[in-house]
Design a binder for this molecule. Structure first.
Ligand code: XIL
Length: 374
């Protein structure tokens, strides 16, 4: 690993102090955001414990290494707007203060999704479905209140999350059923009215698969109608054997051709076996824990660390090739211990999908990504 560090003296380097036996060891840790500063922004998701300051160690590492933060959960509808007349802004306010103080590019996730959205949004006082007009009004109020509050400070919004099925058809959700297909453009229009300077993104998983054309059609339709959209977010919940690099490359080319910015928005690479053949990120999946699905409960073997590092390097090499279009790569968490992959799609596993380990130490994948830039 030392050889990676020595070539990096031109870049900003961070000193870390660790323990080896009884000896204190000081090493120099390269800074990812600086190493990649001429390529794209490098980000992480932050959870509530980090935002609130209860997990200061992880927050400090995030502040050292990343120049853009996404709120992992605290801006989702169920968290920020749990009841009709109740908004909870404590943690989102802290998130935004952090960003302002440290000059971090903040991403709001997410304004409209079919998950993590309370039932009341879609129902009247008797529990019956509301009309299109009522739901549009609620969407508008929500977006104006949340985006409006952070106008000028949250610089980019995942406006709509996961609206398409893998075959490109529109996902049947309460949003699409009650409002109709124009709910997506309405959400973007409201967000633009609430903060005309904010970048607005469409975000989804399996973006390298069959939904590509649907996303391109959406963007082109917006461009014709003059509805603002600035970026395409490809959730990067990937594995060791998917997506195939050539299919990912085709997707990058397809999205680059729209002229929009491309972002890898939720990067983690699961090393554990998939309980089914699905490559998506449907958060409602909940498979029973079995020993064979949790092969590394104590530690990831070195051989697997290498496989993971090579996989990360493969993705980053490809993303660097498209750096003129790729504006940001955001990891879905700072270190393995906080990753949602430990609980999804099987609860209670020990996964290793990120580039810092549970003790906040950089993994071989970290150094491998650093080594790609010289
Ligand atoms: C996940 C969070 O990481 C978990 O903490 C939460 O329990 C469920 O949602 N796609 C998305 C993210 O857009 O919001 C999801 O985040 C992961 C899949």
């Amino acid at each position: 690993m030392k050889q990676y560090i020595s070539i990096l003296t031109a870049f900003s380097i961070f000193m870390i102090v660790g323990c080896q036996g009884n000896n204190l060891v000081t090493t120099e840790l390269p800074v990812l955001k600086d190493v990649y500063k001429n390529s794209f922004m490098i980000g992480t998701a932050l959870n509530g414990r980090q935002i609130s300051g209860h997990d200061a160690k992880t927050l400090n590492l995030a502040l050292q290494q990343f120049n853009t933060f996404t709120a992992e959960n605290v801006l989702k509808w169920e968290r920020v707007h749990p009841e009709f007349e109740e908004y909870k802004f404590d943690l989102p306010d802290r998130f935004v203060e952090l960003g302002i103080k440290n000059n971090i590019f903040l991403v709001g996730h997410t304004l409209l999704w079919h998950n993590q959205t309370p039932d009341w949004v879609f129902e009247d006082a008797e529990g019956n479905p509301v009309t299109r007009d009522v739901l549009l009004q609620r969407l508008k109020d929500h977006i104006f209140t949340v985006v409006g509050r952070y106008k000028g400070n949250i610089k980019g919004w995942d406006v709509v999350n996961e609206a398409f099925e893998d075959d490109g058809s529109m996902r049947k959700t309460k949003w699409s059923t009650i409002i109709g297909e124009d709910y997506i453009e309405k959400a973007f229009q409201f967000a633009h009215e609430a903060d005309p300077e904010a970048e607005l993104y469409y975000n989804d998983f399996n973006m390298w698969k069959g939904k590509k054309q649907a996303v391109v059609n959406l963007v082109e339709n917006f461009q014709v109608k003059g509805i603002p959209i600035h970026g395409i977010g490809m959730q990067g919940h990937w594995g060791l054997d998917y997506p195939p690099m050539d299919e990912l490359e085709t997707a990058l080319q397809t999205y680059a051709a729209t002229g929009l910015k491309i972002m890898i928005t939720e990067l983690d690479i699961r090393v554990l076996p998939n309980p089914d053949s699905d490559t998506g990120a449907d958060i409602t999946k909940d498979f029973a824990l079995q020993a064979k699905l949790n092969p590394y409960p104590d530690a990831l073997p070195d051989s697997m660390q290498t496989v993971l590092a090579d996989r990360y390097a493969g993705f980053f090499k490809l993303l660097l090739k498209y750096k003129n279009s790729v504006s940001r790569v955001t990891f879905w968490g700072v270190h393995d211990g906080m990753s949602w992959c430990n609980h999804w799609p099987v609860r209670g596993r020990t996964d290793y999908p990120l580039i810092f380990d549970r003790n906040l130490q950089p993994k071989p994948a970290f150094y491998k990504i650093i080594s790609l830039i010289e």
